[in-house]
Ligand binder design. Structure first.
Ligand code: UDP
Ligand code: MG
Length: 139
């Protein structure tokens, strides 16, 4: 996978609130093409592995509990400069600090329950995509 792809999740808070359609509309309107997508639910082990980089952080248990409490939408997105442009589209981790019009400003509840994930590098986009999708699920 080249540098024009990123990985996202619509997190349980946003799925519970009925925001899947509105968030996908923001994503596709911003020029991203969906290359893979599914509704799924992570196990404790899945979420602990996915967020392993944060395992020493004080919010780790809360994060894993939150991310496993209901379904998520996992997706691979394509656009020029995908990783950076998607991070701009979603806004800051804490919605209080997110720019107007960003997905987190519009849909996030708190720094923990912040509606969406976006990969932070091309390397992590590849790792996270492979974590959630097999080759034949990716277009
Ligand atoms: N998180 C949290 N408390 C914090 C920081 C982060 O609960 O103080 C959660 C939040 O859901 C965030 C995720 O942990 O999206 C991963 O944190 P990271 O710093 O990687 O933020 P992101 O890359 O998602 O903006
Ligand atoms: Mg991150």
């Amino acid at each position: 996978m080249s540098g024009n792809r990123t990985f996202t999740m619509i997190k349980p808070d946003a799925v519970e609130s009925g925001y899947i359609g509105a968030i996908l509309e923001k994503i596709t309107s911003a020029g991203f093409t969906i290359k893979a997508m599914k509704l799924t639910q992570m196990t404790y082990r899945d979420a602990a592995t996915f967020y392993e980089v944060h395992k020493e952080r004080p919010f780790f248990e809360e994060l894993v509990t939150f991310m496993t409490r209901g379904p998520i939408v996992a997706a691979i997105l394509e656009k020029d400069n995908a990783v950076e442009d998607f991070r701009t589209l979603i806004g800051a981790t804490n919605p209080e600090n997110a720019a107007e019009g960003t997905i987190r400003k519009l849909f996030a509840k708190s720094v923990g329950e912040n509606a969406v994930h976006g990969s932070d590098s091309d390397e992590n986009a590849e790792i996270e995509s492979r974590f959630h999708f097999s080759g034949r699920e990716i277009f």
